[in-house]
Design a binder for this molecule. Structure first.
Ligand SMILES: N[C@@H](CCC[C@H](N)C(=O)O)C(=O)O
Length: 286
């Protein structure tokens, strides 16, 4: 089976072109192929597939975290799927329509001097910020004055975290802090991901504002742990900041692996712009 290693600002996945290859058990494959010591290495596995027959789209993305769990969406991944589909000659449409677990998304892209996709703007659709739909279980948290913001408590240590909940098709909790680098993400991340308030677990983001249009964020991803970037997460961060009155509707987000631009426009849709990069190709198993 041929694979391609790609990343969106350091959020790296092993990609398989399902127009050419068949993957029997993606949940199992994700765990072994994404292993950074015994496999190719990555934050998970992403498949480029034909769209379902009853869906109007150019192709389909399925994404699996490194623990084998499937997520509805991956913002950095969908930009790379767009690049893979275009650069391999599978889809040439621009804009391109990609079926995901969060619906059919529209992506517009620019090409580099060699005619390969370099930067992609994704219409991420309308964010969801009704707590029950994220989903979160309010009975396990303390309410605040904002309907989408709750206080979470660690029962063992008594630590409190005020988090704003937004779904971009997948669930995100954003915690605003004065210094993002002071957070012990390795300790706190898994405890928040698996908090009883989150029936489907949770992607966790700590965010520091520099100004109303510039933030730095660090992420603990559901099913993958610490990653260098999260595109759905950055989108949720932008929306959470607007809901909490902390930032403008258009922001620049600095993530450990690079930058994304997020724009929550008048049409109610969130637009994310960033790069997509191919690193190498190979055969699995060798
Ligand atoms: N890194 C991704 C999100 C991947 C899925 C996430 N871990 C989940 O389980 O929802 C992104 O760029 O959005």
């Amino acid at each position: 089976m041929q694979f391609t290693k790609m990343h969106g600002i350091g959020n790296d996945y092993v990609y398989v072109n399902g127009f050419e290859e068949t993957v029997e058990q993606p949940e199992e494959l994700a765990q072994v192929i994404a292993d950074r010591h015994f496999g190719v290495g990555g934050d998970g596995l992403i498949l480029l597939l034909p769209a379902d027959k009853d869906v109007e789209a150019d192709c389909r993305m399925r994404m699996f975290n490194s623990d084998g769990s499937e997520s509805e969406m991956c913002g950095n991944g969908v930009r790379c799927v767009c690049k893979l589909a275009h650069d391999r000659g599978v889809v040439k449409a621009n804009p391109m329509k990609i079926q995901t677990g969060a619906g059919v998304l529209t992506l517009a892209y620019t090409l580099d001097d060699e005619g390969m996709v370099s930067e992609v703007t994704v219409d991420m659709g309308e964010p969801i910020y009704v707590a029950e739909q994220v989903p979160v279980l309010p009975k396990h948290m303390k309410e605040t004055d904002e309907p989408h913001t709750f206080v979470l408590e660690f029962l063992d240590t008594g630590e409190l975290f005020t988090a704003t909940m937004v779904s971009m098709g997948n669930p995100h909790a954003t915690i605003f802090v004065p210094d993002v680098h002071a957070i012990d993400l390795e300790r706190i991340g898994p405890k928040l991901e698996n908090h009883p308030a989150f029936p489907n677990r949770m992607n966790i983001h700590f965010v520091q504002h520099h100004s109303p249009d510039e933030v730095t964020m660090r992420t603990w991803e559901r099913g993958s742990g610490i990653t260098l970037a999260c595109g759905t997460g950055a989108s949720a961060v932008c929306v959470s900041g607007v809901l909490d009155g902390r930032n403008d509707k258009k922001i620049l987000a600095h993530l450990p692996g690079g930058d994304l631009t997020l724009d929550w426009r008048e049409d109610g849709h969130l637009y994310m712009t960033g790069t997509a990069t191919e690193v190498f190709r190979g055969d699995w198993p060798e």
